[in-house]
Write a protein that binds this ligand. Sequence first.
Ligand code: NAP
Length: 258
Amino acid sequence: MDLGIKGRRALVCAASKGLGYGCAEALAEAGVDLVINARGEAALESAAERLRAKGVRVTAVAADITTAEGQARVLAAAGDVDILVTNAGGPPPGIWSNWSRADFIDALDKSMLTPIALMQACLPGMMTRGWGRVVNITSRSVKAPIPQLGLSNTARTGLTGFVAGTSRQVAPSGVTINNLLPGAHATDRTLELDGAAAEARGVPREEVAAANAAAIPVGRYGTPQEFGAMCAFLCSVHAGFIVGQNILLDGGAVNATI
Ligand code: NAP
């Protein structure tokens, strides 16, 4: 399927690996020029090289997207983008009784206020030009809370509320905002979480991963490629009627009718 976005320009945050890279790769395959970001320069430059090999222009900005300074540098390099994919590392696991006010403020900054600031910066230009696509990478924790990721449950739900209202306000200008909710995907983040669970239970990480995969109806973790394909579709010309949705990519793990 021709996604109809060849020659468009996208900012994909936190994209040197994992789900962000999956989105950048699928957009590059659709002919979209990219500005990508991550903190670590070496992995970011290597990702940019792989994306350039797909025939698109790629600018790489090494910065912490959760800081005002990092956002300013990334947005300056991005300029007028047609597509924005927000993403950053997820909050650490823990337990509800231990999180301090500072922990909550940190999680809100990273997982709620950062994507909101990026949207506030990019939406006006998209609206003036009459076309735009925003995809926020959130989490299945928005639909089904993950006990050890209470900081994610909390902060991402706030972002979801912002998107629910704002997406309806910008839709008349040809701009869509939607959220992609990953379930367990085979990325470094999942390796880390499996590792932490394995350590807590005193079992090998592979055992935790196998049990987690077995609990998913498709019997495996998702891939960044599958995730990226859905992101690119949401950014395509075919997705103009999809507004303010929370799309779960979890292999059927959340057992719910709707
Ligand atoms: P990942 O494999 O660890 O990759 C994270 C990417 O984001 C890397 O490129 C990393 O590069 C970059 N990054 C992290 N913090 C950043 C920051 N402050 N500023 C700029 N770049 C940053 O993680 P992932 O699995 O793709 O997860 C992406 C998001 O989806 C996370 O928020 C995660 O919580 C959420 N999620 C993932 C899953 C899953 O199964 N994978 C499930 C639910 C939710 P640097 O470290 O070099 O900056």
